[in-house]
Design a protein around this ligand. Structure first.
Ligand code: NI
Length: 140
């Protein structure tokens, strides 16, 4: 299968974690440097991005609210765990239709991620599982 043209490359690995401050300490020991924790109100999570050379991890923990967050299921069943790989795309609408053509199902409409400064969308395939795609508002 040829590479989809709108896929730019791997952007980050998303981790669901119980506590960002605790997880950061162990990631720091593995060589990661983190930006400040920011809330993503829409998804009811806190977010902090860490870099280690060319690899980025996005730590997500539930906001302390009564509402459920999308990562609660992972934390309840598995505990802290990687749960998605995010791909940067050049055009999110085009990427979604191209991914649908090869068997991905779209999970919800594309929506802004304030902490990441881009538009993101989650998709699922039975062969790969969950992926996220991101279209940055500004070229990095
Ligand atoms: Ni992500």
């Amino acid at each position: 299968m040829d590479q989809i043209k709108s896929i730019v490359g791997v952007d980050h690995i998303g981790y669901a974690v119980k506590s960002i401050s605790q997880s950061k300490e162990q990631f720091a020991a593995l060589g990661y440097f983190f930006d400040d924790e920011k809330p993503d109100i829409l998804r009811r999570v806190n977010v902090s991005v860490g870099k280690n050379g060319g690899v980025r991890v996005e730590l997500l923990s539930p906001l302390n609210t009564a509402d459920k967050s999308p990562i609660d299921g992972y934390l309840d069943k598995i505990g802290s765990t990687p749960y998605h790989i995010c791909y940067e795309v050049s055009d999110i609408d085009k990427a979604i239709s191209e991914l649908q053509e090869i068997g991905f199902t779209v999970l919800g409409s594309p929506a802004e991620s304030v902490p990441l400064e881009g538009t993101v969308c989650f998709l699922y395939s039975t062969d790969i599982g969950l992926i996220e795609i991101i279209d940055y508002l500004i070229d990095k």
